[in-house]
Design a protein around this ligand. Structure first.
Ligand code: GAR
Length: 202
């Protein structure tokens, strides 16, 4: 059984989509070992506690990034986590953290990377006048929103879209591709060639 560690900062709908996929046996051989948030007010923490999943806040405010990450890593080790899923974790993690879990940290981002990295990706796409938005699941490396891409899904932008309407349509696709990407990574049926994630049949 592979043990997932979820890191979030807010609502937690991607976390819940992963939990649902496990419940519905779309993510075989996985369980969520722990949910960590850097904010106590994250709704995702309450949702995890409702599901009886161990859930803790490790507050980031007022703490040095390295010290905070060291605490997070310690907690992930304590729960013997195999794969870490950033799910709306609105913090940049240190190189030490990335190196401690090589190709073992995934992130979901609400744009078709490398377009619109960073904050407010949906607003960036709208303001740029893009006609197609999307979402990306990628491995986390030392640069922000930069690692090897596992899965992407395109979502057309409508002329009357607002940040809210576009975000809602993107979120539906996020909920579909994140569990799928996790399943692919856990299967181990892939190689990474330069920047390319390539599926391999066993
Ligand atoms: C999601 O749209 C996720 O892609 C985004 O935050 C939202 C979290 O929602 N993440 C980022 O922007 C990371 N740079 P959720 O808490 O309901 O999963």
């Amino acid at each position: 059984m592979k043990r997932l560690g979820i890191l979030l900062s807010g609502r937690g709908s991607n976390f819940l989509a992963i939990a649902k996929a496990i419940r519905e046996q779309r993510l075989l051989g996985a369980r969520i070992a722990v949910v960590l948030s850097n904010r106590e007010d994250a709704a995702g923490l309450d949702a995890a506690r409702d599901l009886k999943i161990p859930a803790f806040c490790i507050p980031s405010a007022g703490h040095k990034r390295r010290e905070h990450d060291a605490e997070v890593m310690a907690r992930l080790h304590q729960h013997r986590v195999d794969l870490i899923c950033l799910a709306g974790y609105m913090r940049v993690i240190t190189e030490e953290f990335v190196r401690a879990f090589p190709n073992r940290i995934l992130n979901i981002h609400p744009s078709l990377l490398p377009s619109f990295p960073g904050l407010d990706a949906q607003r960036q796409a709208l303001e740029y006048g893009a006609k197609v938005a999307g979402c990306t699941v990628h491995f986390v490396d030392e640069a922000v929103d930069h690692g090897v891409i596992i899965l992407q899904k395109a979502v057309p932008i409508k002329e009357d879209d607002t940040v809210e309407t576009l975000s809602a349509r993107l979120l539906q696709q996020e909920h579909a591709i994140y569990p799928e990407a996790i399943a692919r990574v856990l299967s181990g049926d892939y190689v990474i060639e330069d920047r390319r994630y390539v599926r391999r049949d066993k």
